[in-house]
Design a protein around this ligand. Structure first.
Ligand code: PMP
Length: 425
């Protein structure tokens, strides 16, 4: 019989230690918002494989679509022999993306690749090198995306040098003392001290920072950034790898912005657990790279396209955008109830079903409590609830439960979270 401990021993001996692991648990099967480990223990999944399972584990319609696709053809490489699902997916996402202008798409495999390609496309269109990203942002583990990422440990440690012409401005974060005005001023400082705006190709930001701690970009900040971009011929890229695919109550979070981005990156939940990513954006920008300039062997694989089309169908059939908003309200209310009796919880926030709590020593927002956060996450796992932390200070607990989870299961998960806090008091 397999045990988690025995598998951890084999893992440690065989797998590079740089690959982290939030929980010392090995899964044996999963269904919707529940999973079971190799010892037969059941867990409620509030992590969703890091924002990948908005439609739950093994949704029968998505599984069926993937099986059917695998039996027809699983790979041709789109640059060699094309297939309709890729084109249909592009048509669908072009229609969903915000902005009253023509759009085009390209598909890749991972979120980091989508960001890499968004930067390539922005550079090709503007013929400029610079990219301005934001503190606390997370964009991936490849060299360019690590350069863009605004958090050193653990992502960037030991991996430099990173590509040049990348600069970081402040992401507005009222809770931690960064106002919208200060954030905008930090962009002006970059223009003054580091790079003239005429050499900047793009701003890239997450509508809600994911790994950075679930901080929502205020609408007036986005509006001012758009105005700055327009004034200087800079493109605005929304990295929606974590916020996209319905997590925030709309298909793309940037649909809730007062202004449209030029390019959107998408991955994670767009295919319900199968690897595919994309860049969707303004047609003339997307067409800047010459034929042959974009692509990849597995980029936009038939399996990924079939899964993504099935995800879109499930969103329609099960009205998951409305569900995302309702679930968000349920989670916010439940977390606020827990926070009312728990002084360490200094903030409950979110957009749609992308919600989080932030922990501080005695609720003092000057003293982030990463140690308690780790304890709560571990205690919850012992009790059968899988959580993920995040945040610049490691003191945020995020909820990424499938949108398809029942209210009953969500409430059971919230109760386990409350019990975990109580047990640690
Ligand atoms: N951008 C954002 C906003 C993300 O949250 C992530 C993944 N956490 C990435 C990019 C990178 O995606 P991937 O891990 O699929 O390369």
């Amino acid at each position: 019989h397999l045990s988690n401990a025995a598998l951890m021993t084999r893992r440690s001996a065989a797998v590079a230690r740089g690959v982290g692991q939030a929980h010392e648990i090995f899964v044996s099967r999963a269904a919707n918002a529940e999973l079971w480990d190799v010892e037969g223990r059941r867990y409620i999944d509030f992590a969703g494989g890091i924002a990948v399972l908005n439609t739950g584990h093994c949704h029968p319609e998505i599984t069926a679509a993937v099986k059917a696709q695998a039996e027809l053809y699983s790979h041709t490489c789109f640059q060699v022999l094309a297939y309709e699902p890729y084109v249909e997916l592009a048509e669908r996402l072009n229609a969903l993306a915000p902005g009253a202008f023509a759009k085009k798409s390209v598909f890749l495999s991972t979120g980091a690749e989508a960001v890499e390609n968004a930067v390539k496309i922005a550079r090709a269109h503007t013929r400029r090198p610079g990219v301005i990203a934001f503190t606390g942002g997370y964009h991936g583990r490849t060299m360019m995306t690590l350069g863009l990422t605004g958090k050193v440990a653990p992502y960037k440690v030991g991996f430099g040098p990173f590509p040049g012409e990348v600069f970081h401005a402040l992401y507005p974060n009222a809770l931690h003392g960064v106002s919208v005005d200060e954030a905008l001023h930090s962009v002006e400082l970059l223009f003054k001290n580091d790079i003239e705006p005429e050499r900047v190709a793009a701003f890239i930001l997450e509508p809600v920072q994911g790994e950075g701690g679930f901080y929502v970009a205020p609408n007036d900040f986005v509006e001012s950034l758009r105005a700055l971009a327009d004034r200087h011929g800079i493109l605005l890229i929304a990295d929606e790898v974590q916020t996209g695919a319905g997590r925030t109550g709309t298909w793309f979070a940037s649909e809730q912005w007062p202004v449209a981005p030029d390019l959107i990156t998408t991955a994670k939940s767009m295919a319900g657990g199968f690897p595919i990513s994309g860049v969707v954006g303004r047609a003339e920008v997307m067409d800047a790279p010459a034929p042959g300039g974009l692509g990849g062997t597995y980029a936009g694989s038939p399996i990924g396209c079939a899964a993504a089309l099935a995800v879109l169908k499930v969103f329609d059939d099960e009205q998951l955008l409305a569900r995302s908003r309702a679930l968000g309200e349920r989670l916010m209310a439940g977390l606020r109830r827990i926070a009312a009796g728990e002084p360490s919880i200094g903030d409950v926030r979110g957009l749609g079903a992308m919600v989080a709590i932030e922990l501080f020593e005695e609720g003092d927002t000057g003293r982030p409590d990463a140690a308690l956060t780790r304890k709560v996450v571990a205690e919850a796992a012992r009790r059968g609830l899988i959580l993920l932390s995040c945040g610049t200070y490691g003191n945020v607990i995020r909820v990424l439960v499938p949108l398809t989870a029942s209210d009953l299961l969500v409430d059971e998960g919230l109760a386990l979270l409350a019990d975990s806090f109580a047990a640690l008091r």
